[in-house]
Design a protein. Structure first.
Length: 141
């Protein structure tokens, strides 16, 4: 399978140096062969390749055939509505989003070169008030 390609490339042997060398045609041909392998029902046998890097044989590389990737959750945990970590994560996200909105939209409208720095400096961290479970914060410009 690889012998005709190796002969066209002028390679006398197919060894590790040939497969990890700079001539990508040989490695592409090998990958195509692996990709095309099917079982008796016509299902793909492989989802990708694992190989050593040509830069360092201690480095392991992976080529995943994207059209064959199947993702299955191994474990699903329920997050309680009153989990304090959930509120902290949401509050941080809201603060970042508000800072982005201020610096992107409000400051452009003002044509003020110092507006973005002032918006980021004066924006206090938004938080989710635990008693009301709503977003609150202080923004001044």
């Amino acid at each position: 399978m690889l012998a005709p390609m190796a002969a066209r490339l002028g390679l006398a042997d197919i060894d590790l140096s040939a497969v990890t060398g700079p001539q990508r045609e040989l490695t592409q041909e090998a990958a195509l062969h692996v990709y095309q392998q099917m079982d008796s029902a016509g299902a793909p046998l492989f989802g990708g390749l694992r190989y050593v890097s040509r830069f360092n044989p201690q480095w392991e590389c992976w080529a995943v055939f994207v059209d064959r990737a199947r993702q299955r959750p191994l474990k699903v945990d329920v997050i309680a509505a009153d989990d304090p970590h959930l509120y902290d994560a949401a509050a941080d996200r809201v603060a970042n989003l508000l800072a982005h909105i201020l610096s992107t939209f409000c400051c452009r409208a003002r044509s003020d070169s110092n507006c973005s720095a002032r918006a980021n400096r004066t924006l206090t961290r938004s938080w989710l008030h635990p008693a009301r479970r709503q977003v609150s914060g202080v923004i001044s410009m």
